[in-house]
Design a protein around this ligand. Sequence first.
Ligand code: S3P
Length: 432
Amino acid sequence: MSEFSISPATNSLRGAIRVPADKSITHRALMLTPLLLGETRIENFLDSETTRATLNCMRAMGAEIVEQDAATLIVRGKGLHSLQEPRDILYCLGSGTTIRLLAGICAGQHFLSVLDGTPALKRRPMGRIVEPLKQMGATILARDNDRFPPLVFRGGNLRGIEYALPVASAQVKSAVLFAGLFADSPTTVHEPAPSRDHTERMLRALGVRVENLSSTTVQLFPSPVSRPPSPIVIPADFSSAAFFIVAALLVKNSELCLENVGLNPGRTGLLDALTRMGANVQIENQRVENNEPIGDIVVSATELRATQVGGGEVPRMIDEFPIFAVAATQVVGETRVRDAQELRIKESDRVATVAQELRKMGAQIEEQEDGFVIAGPTKLRGARVNAHNDHRLAMSLAVAGLLAEGETIIEGWECVADSFPNFSELLLQVSR
Ligand code: S3P
C-alpha cells in the first residue's frame, strides 16, 4: 500500500492545466467503437486502471484495439454482431462502469460470458441491471440471489422494453440502452431525474437513432452502429477537474484555468452548487465536440458560504460529494446534503468514509442516512488518513491536506490510478 504525504499550501495555485481525459466517455468509446463497421481513431483516451479493464475485456471478446501512442487508439470495428465468446472470465477490476455497461453488451450476445472483479466490486449491487436485462430476455445468473458479481450471461434474442429506473443512474440506463442495440424492438428508459447522457450522445454520433421523449425519458431504436466517426476526441474529465476547482477556490489568491473540460449538463451540478455558495467560476471557449459540450473553466479563490444540496442536483454531482464535503468544511454556515443514499454504494460507502476521514482532520461532519451535515468553517489539521480504496476520497483528502495545518498522510494512495494517475504531479505543477 503506498502513502502520499502532503503539506499545507504555501503558494497560491496558478496556471493553466489539462486534467486527464473523461473516464465515462473513454469507457463508452471502448465499448461502442468495436461494434461499428470500420476504423475509429480515439484521441486523448484515459489510460487508467479502470479504462484498461474495459479495454482488456473488449479485446477478450475479439475487439481489435491498437494503441498507436500514449493517447491514441485505433479501433478496427467489425460490426454489431462481431463479438466472440471470451475464453476466460471478463475481469472488470473494481470498475462499476465496466461491469454494468458491459453487462448490457453481454446480454445481447448468444455466447457465454462471465463478468467479475475485485472483492470491492463483488460488494456493489447488480440487481439494478440484472432485473431489466432479464426482462429483455437475457439469461443471467448472479451471486446471492442475482444481486452481486460474478454475473453469468447467456444472452441474445432480446426484446425492447419500457423500463422505469428506481434510481437515477447513468450506468443502469446505459446498460439497458446498450442491450437495446441488440433487441428486436425499441427500448424506452425513464429516470426519476436526469443523469449524465454520454451514452445517448455517443450513440447518436455513431448513427444510432436515440430520441429524448422528455428530460427524463429516452428511447432507442435498434439499428446498426453505422456512422464511421471522425476521430473521437475525449475531453478532460469534469470529475477530475473538480479537485482543482475546489482547491483553487479555497487556497488564497489562486487562479487556475482547467482547459478542455467536458461540461455535460448531467455532470456539472458541482458548478451550480459552488455558484450558489458565491464561487467565482467562469466558463470560456464553450464549444461542442463529438456531441459533448466542452469549455475552459477559470476559477479564482473566493470566500464561500454554505448551501443545501438535494433532489435532482444529486445525480448531477454524484461523484463530487467527497470534494464538495471538503469545500463545506471551509465555508461559513451549515451545509446539508440530502437524497444522496447512492453515495453509500460507490467505490466506498462515501457517506461513512468521507465523514470518518475528514473527522480525523478536525472537520465537524455529521453522517446522515442520505447525506451529511457539515458545520464550517473549521481549521483542518494534518492527520494520518485512509483512502479506503476510493480514488475520489484519496484526492479529496489531498485537497484537505493543502488546507490543513501540518502534514497529512494518505494511506492507500495507489487507487488514484483508477482515474487520475498524474494527480500529484499536476498538483505540484500548479502550486510551485
Ligand atoms: C458513471 C455513472 C455514475 C458515476 C460513475 C460513472 C457512468 O454511476 O458515479 O462514476 O460512467 O455512467 P451511477 O450511474 O451508478 O450513478
